[in-house]
Write a new protein. Structure first.
Lengths: 426, 148
């Protein structure tokens, strides 16, 4: 790899041993993937995937201390993934005890470390940092050092920024050094599509289901998607962005997609069209039957498969403002049709603190509160990721939450049916 | 006995019994319980991986195609190494993925007493040949010897 004199000096330890190790980590990481150079991180803010003071990650906090003590903090301010705890979210006495005393006992200490190393502010905890309300929205072509998979795929695809699917800690090291290795999705060649996906459904495909199908098919490759634009209204408006947020998170978690192009919609597809498709690209046709096949393939890992759901989580990744408003209307209407005033299953809508603040300023907040739905900034995945919560029958329309936890997936329509009318057959 | 050659991601030599996953290793799902609840054997907690679920990963020659799952994967692997609950080595049939590479390199650069040789690109034939409990020897230069 070609290093500049400054980069070589850092690697040689001229700015201290700790920064030399940071650079060594990044250079070796890049060399594995054939990187040709270390390039500057150009986004205003970084974003970290580690937001949780999980006792099991003690070695990570020790490493962070080494960075802080040696003065090697992040060159950019950053946001971080959502907090794992929120007293608003229903939990049992035992769950609270385990969360606070065993699992997330390091939360307070870790948040102090994040303050020292450069978090944007105390509310900058969300997986959807790219929302306007949060303000960590990279511009097209900017180079990032992110690692949260749903944010990386959104930034690459919907915003046209450039970021590899990094691991946690590598994200921080990129912003400590100020450089990341150039390979993969940072290069024009790496952004070419090696799959063409043809959407041939008879109705608008469920975002989370379509993302899952494509993710499982193409895994870490880049898909170029044809025929979705007509279902998204032909432009990248707020509704389309929300759709692509959920779609992308499913491609990234059910597969390992870091970038997709949607014909006539996403910025690079609008600019370059089919020139983005690599020679010899494979073809995947998605029709109604294929989506049904994928849906039917999901295992239900609840101990009692017909258990009554005890909790419903919406918002993994965190919901957008227009999504919160849209769902408020749907829940209100659904309850009206069912002759009810409150949701049948304890339901939590999660969003970024800044998005929730905006939502609270709208008349819809009071309407949603009346339905009994709880709003929260929590990370549903972190809530679910322990043996106690894992035994709970939780439902969700998030394919990411389904993949990483025991939560059971339903389509948006089925979730609405469940929470407003108390049941949906599958 | 059969010998395979791959690319060295993290150097080192080791002898260990094989543990084989034909599907991707979900690092977070596999290691979280072990790291959280003090299981020194690092019993695999990933219910979606029938090859590994319930089996001891610490000290084994973990043979796999790639890692999958959360992008916390690299730091989870780093933590496993730091706590001495890592596999004896990781042997990938495919070119290594970015999460596993990050974990292997973080451990190699930042930890002094927790070495875990990592070899990738060993080929499909390697994963087809190797079986649980085979004797694995990792030699210098990315050479892996499997024998029953």
């Amino acid at each position: 790899m070609n290093l500049t004199k400054e980069q070589q000096d850092i690697l040689d330890g001229k700015q201290g041993d700790v920064l030399a190790k940071v650079m060594q980590t990044l250079v070796r990481y890049g060399e594995v993937f054939g990187a040709d150079a270390m390039v500057p991180v150009t986004s205003k803010y970084n974003h970290l995937v580690t937001s949780f003071g999980l006792k099991a990650l003690a070695p990570v906090y020790e490493l962070m201390d080494k960075l802080i003590e040696s003065g090697n903090v992040s060159k950019q301010k950053f946001s971080a993934d959502p907090r794992p705890l929120d007293p608003n979210v229903p939990s049992s006495f035992l769950q609270n005890f385990v969360f606070k005393n065993f699992m997330y006992s390091k939360q307070e200490d870790y948040e102090k470390q994040l303050e020292q190393i450069g978090i944007m502010d105390k509310d900058a905890y969300t997986c959807t940092c790219y929302m306007d309300e949060v303000g960590n929205t990279p511009a097209m072509g900017e180079v990032l050092s992110w690692s949260e998979s749903s944010a990386v795929v959104y930034a690459n695809s919907v915003l046209g920024a450039r970021c590899n699917r990094n691991s946690g800690i590598i994200d921080l090291m990129g912003s400590v050094a100020g450089y990341v290795p150039r390979f993969g999705l940072l290069t024009d060649e790496g952004r070419k599509a090696t799959w063409v996906v043809k959407i041939e459904t008879t109705k608008k495909p469920e975002a989370q289901l379509l993302g899952s199908a494509i993710g499982m098919k193409v895994m870490a490759d880049v898909p170029y998607i044809e025929g979705l634009d007509k279902w998204l209204g032909g432009e990248l408006d707020e509704a389309a962005k929300t759709y692509l947020k959920d779609f992308g998170a499913a491609t990234a978690s059910n597969g390992a997609v870091g970038l997709y192009h949607v014909e006539n919609i996403t910025p690079e597809a609008v600019k370059y069209g089919k020139d983005l498709v690599a020679e010899g690209a494979k073809v995947y046709v998605v029709d109604d039957a294929e989506l049904q096949r994928v849906y039917d393939s999901y295992p239900v890992i609840w101990k009692k498969k017909d258990a009554t759901p005890k909790l419903c989580f919406m918002g993994c990744p965190h919901m957008s403002l227009n999504q919160l408003i849209d769902w408020t209307k749907k829940v209100e209407q659904g309850l009206k049709e069912a002759g009810k005033t409150k949701v049948c299953i304890p339901t939590v809508f999660t969003a970024a603190p800044a998005v929730l603040k905006k939502f609270e300023e709208t008349p819809y907040a009071a309407v949603l509160k009346k339905t009994g739905v709880i709003t929260s900034y929590i990370c549903p995945l972190m809530y679910m990721n322990n043996p106690l919560s894992g035994k709970m029958p939780v439902i969700t329309s998030s394919n990411k939450l389904r993949t990483y936890t025991s939560a059971r997936y339903y389509t948006d329509e089925e979730i609405l049916e469940q929470i407003t009318k108390g049941g949906a057959e599958r | 006995m059969k010998e395979f050659k791959g690319r060295v991601i993290a150097e080192g030599t080791v002898d260990a019994k094989a543990l084989v996953s034909h599907g991707g290793l979900n690092t977070l799902a596999s290691f979280q319980k072990a790291l959280q609840f003090g299981d020194k054997k690092a019993t695999c907690g990933d219910q979606n991986n029938p090859d590994l679920y319930g089996k001891q990963m610490a000290g084994k020659a973990l043979c796999l195609p790639a890692t999958i799952g959360s992008t916390t994967g690299g730091l989870v692997l780093y933590c496993a190494c730091s706590m001495g609950r890592q596999p004896a080595c990781m042997l990938f049939s495919e070119p290594i993925d970015s999460l596993a590479a990050a974990g292997a390199i973080l451990a190699d650069v930042w930890l002094e007493n927790s070495k875990m040789p990592v070899i990738d690109s060993l080929g499909e034939e390697f994963l087809a040949y190797v079986k649980d409990d085979m004797n694995i020897t990792v030699k210098e230069g990315g050479v892996v010897v499997c024998q029953s």
